[in-house]
Ligand binder design. Structure first.
Ligand code: CA
Length: 351
């Protein structure tokens, strides 16, 4: 009898090992059909780093890979930070691909590194043993979508350059993306790059429009929404840093942004925009208000370059233009307590 039980256990453990079912990451795979397949496109940035950590910890997400784009830091730093976060959150087997440098168009703004020159507060936090797995993020995106038609969701946490390059290379394949989740645009409020434009969008405005032109479900979590729901005061950051080593890691990573906001607005704070987007991606129950919209990016040179105009479905405008399809979900309010709860869980911190 004991031998039969032992044989059964051995068979089960063999089956589990054949399925790759060991460790935290593999446990997530066991959730089967309820699991969502995601590619995270990042320009880390402390806020991308925290968002990526949240996605690593999410039980309902299978992170297929991370693609990197220049933005909040150099492409080299973006890759190193992604590798470090994946290792830190037990997802070292998730591949990381170097992507595109930003297009060198005449309207390209000089990038201001509000996160420090390394994107992570210049505190010496980033020292991964993992290295990037390849140089062709666009091929990785296209291959992943073709292998999983209609299933892959893409989180766009930086300038949309990689995604637009994939669409330009194989538009038909990219029509098989299930949905895009974009942290970008100023929404229906003020921007952070200009009064009307947000950093990710203005950095590669044609790329965002390329996604919008594709016409598949696109969830936009804009700056004005995340600036409110994702806001931490200096005191809140100090309190959070005491909660765990991981919490302290991210508080230090955000230190340059905190100081920048202090000198820019007179009060130290951190607006964690990418984590805010990740929180509603992981749990749509945190969305408090959204509008169904047609969206279009201003690409004409001038003061409105990079602004995104949202036409709300069901609303009549006195100067009604030709409206395309209403395939954009604009998130206008997020449950802040739920968002903060996710950050605490991610960092193993007790509230
Ligand atoms: Ca970002």
């Amino acid at each position: 009898m004991i031998k039969r039980v032992f044989a059964l256990m051995l068979t089960l453990s063999l089956l589990l090992s054949l399925c790759g079912c060991t460790g935290q990451f593999s446990e997530k795979r066991l959730t089967g059909d309820t699991e969502r397949i995601l590619i995270a496109d990042v320009d880390s940035g402390a806020d991308d780093a925290l968002a990526l950590a949240m996605l690593c910890k999410a039980e309902n997400i299978h992170l297929l890979g991370v693609t990197c784009v220049e933005g909040n830091s150099t492409i080299e730093n973006v890759g190193k930070t992604a590798c470090h976060i994946l290792e830190m959150f037990d997802c070292a087997d998730v591949p990381v691909y170097r992507g595109e440098n930003l297009p060198d168009h005449e309207l390209r703004r000089t990038l201001i590194s509000v996160y420090g020159s390394d994107g992570m507060g210049d505190c010496g936090l980033i020292h991964p043993t993992k290295t990037v797995d390849g140089d062709d993020a666009v091929s990785f995106i296209l291959d992943s979508v073709k292998e999983n038609p209609g299933k892959v969701e893409i989180a766009v946490l930086g300038p949309a350059t990689n995604i637009a390059a994939a669409i330009k290379r194989d538009e038909e394949a990219m029509r098989q993306v299930k949905s895009f989740w974009i942290m970008g645009t100023a929404g229906i409020g003020q921007g952070n790059a200009t009064p009307v434009a947000e950093f990710n969008t203005i950095t590669d405005a044609p790329a965002l429009q390329t996604i919008l032109d594709l016409g598949i479900e696109t969830v936009i979590v804009p700056f004005d929404t995340t600036h409110k729901a994702g806001m931490f005061t200096g005191n809140e950051m100090d309190a959070f840093s005491e909660k765990s080593e991981k919490a302290d890691f991210f508080v230090r990573a955000f230190s340059k942004l905190r100081a920048f906001n202090g000198s820019n607005s007179g009060g130290e704070y951190v607006d964690a925009c990418d984590p805010c987007m990740a929180s509603v991606l992981i749990d749509e129950g945190l969305i408090r208000e959204e509008k169904c919209c047609y969206a279009v990016t201003c690409l004409e040179p001038g003061l409105t370059y990079g602004q995104v105009i949202f036409y709300e479905q069901g609303h009549s405008y006195e100067a009604q233009p030709d409206i395309g399809s209403y395939h954009v979900r604009l998130i206008t309010a997020i449950d802040r307590d739920g968002f903060i709860g996710q950050i605490y869980t991610t960092c193993d911190a007790k509230e």
